[in-house]
Design a protein around this ligand. Structure first.
Ligand code: AMP
Length: 410
């Protein structure tokens, strides 16, 4: 299939060409036509599927077909859970609208609001925003939402996880009743379904499995190890495998900082990215990581959500998330665009219950190994439900090293 058959304008096709895309991704193929027909859409898609272009391209086409109003009131609102995602979505909007007469802008918290207020005053057609700052600026009368024609909720599941439900309800109350609604979410919990029911009017349901996240392309493995030996083990993996670009997840901001410092001390360039870091520091760390100047990016779930990091060969769960869906999001960072990737998890005795939750969600068992010299001090046999299933397999050290070297050359 080609982009030409989707009903997009010449200006958009030229922008797509400029980006270098030749064929639409599955979510783009499925979502663009109903959005252009002005239907509400409920889309199941996560980062890496091309979802951003999936809603941005038709949105731009719709807005560009209508006459631009002199004052340029905001006509399309894209809500995202995090600042990073908001900035990335704006980059997409700008890239696809280069040949159109449409103005776009992003607003998010953590930075001075004055330039944002000035920008809004000049008139904006498409606004990308995080919920808190949007409400804040609306309260300050810096913008009106009365002319919104299209609302996009991007990564709606994460917005709920981050406690934005009330803010979303408040925002909905500020919008005109007649509008087009697009809701994108990677997972579909009861809460998301409720949210969708309250917002969408007879939605078209579109679904696109991410290019990866399934076991076929992502080699998933668990290493049982004591919590206090994890740093040593991860450094060993990175050094011996000569891994050059590794995304590591920790559960806490503090843990992310500590691990990144220890990596640096071990001679591995690393940076931490989490909610307590300034916007500037986050952007710099991400930029360094993408360029290859930083080998290891240590992140918390929230900070990593929505980051566009293509083709990541290694994802490490330094700690497992207590929400199983987060595991799926995390491993979705590896093996993008058909390339193979490896997701490994360092699992302490205390985290074994999380493993079971993840396995239930994935519907499969994860392969578990123990590295010689890093045997957990608590006997795995003490954990009956797991050891009954022959869960633990001890790996010979020689094989283990060979496996690592082989995979790292892929
Ligand atoms: P997203 O899922 O929107 O975060 O997009 C993931 C990555 O895929 C981004 O780097 C996009 O620029 C890229 N992308 C989006 N659509 C296409 C396409 N049709 N062909 C190739 N790459 C694409």
């Amino acid at each position: 299939m080609s982009f030409n058959t989707l009903g997009l304008s010449d200006a958009l096709l030229r922008a797509i060409d400029k980006k270098g895309y030749t064929t639409p991704s599955l979510i783009q193929e499925k979502a663009i036509p109903p959005i252009l027909e002005r239907k509400d859409v409920l889309a199941s898609a996560q980062t890496g599927t091309g979802k951003t272009a999936g809603f941005t391209l038709p949105l731009l086409q719709i807005l560009s077909q209508e006459k631009t109003l002199r004052k340029r009131p905001v006509r399309a609102l894209i809500l995202t859970p995090t600042r990073e995602l908001a900035a990335q979505v704006l980059d997409n909007v700008r890239a696809y609208s280069v040949f159109l007469d449409l103005r776009s802008m992003v607003i998010f918290g953590g930075v001075n609001d004055k330039p944002q207020i000035r920008g809004l005053r000049n008139g904006v057609d498409i606004l990308v925003a995080t919920p808190g700052r949007l409400l804040d600026l609306h309260n300050q009368k810096a913008l009106s939402l009365a002319s919104i024609e299209i609302l996009v909720l991007d990564e709606a599941d994460r917005m709920l996880d981050m406690g934005f439900q009330r803010d979303i309800n408040r925002i909905l109350n500020l919008l005109p009743r007649k509008r087009q609604n697009l809701l994108f979410s990677a997972t579909f919990s009861k809460e998301i379904k409720q949210l969708a029911n309250g917002i969408l009017h007879r939605p078209v349901w579109v679904e696109a499995a991410p290019e990866n996240t399934t076991a076929e392309k992502v080699d998933q493995k668990i290493y049982r190890v004591d919590q206090k030996r994890k740093t040593e083990l991860i450094i060993k993996f990175i050094a011996e495998g000569n891994w050059q670009q590794v995304l590591v997840f920790t559960r806490t901001k503090h843990g992310a900082n500590r691990l990144s410092e220890k990596m640096s001390k071990a001679g591995i360039t690393a940076a931490a990215i989490h909610g307590n870091k300034s916007q500037g520091a986050r952007t710099k760390a991400l930029g360094g990581f993408k360029k290859g100047a930083i080998r290891v990016l240590v992140a918390t779930d929230i900070a990593a959500r929505g980051l566009d990091i293509p083709l990541l060969p290694h994802v490490v769960n330094f700690e497992l998330p207590n929400i199983s869906e987060d595991y799926v999001h995390r491993i979705g960072r590896t093996g993008r665009a058909g390339a193979s990737g490896e997701a490994i998890s360092l699992v302490s005795q205390e985290e074994l219950s999380y493993v079971r939750g993840i396995e239930r969600l994935l519907g499969e068992k994860l392969q578990s190994e123990i590295v010689e010299g890093f045997e957990p001090t608590t006997s795995p046999e003490s954990n009956k439900p797991i050891s009954r299933n022959n869960y633990h397999r001890k790996t010979k050290p020689k094989n283990n090293t060979r496996n690592y070297n082989r995979r790292s050359r892929k």
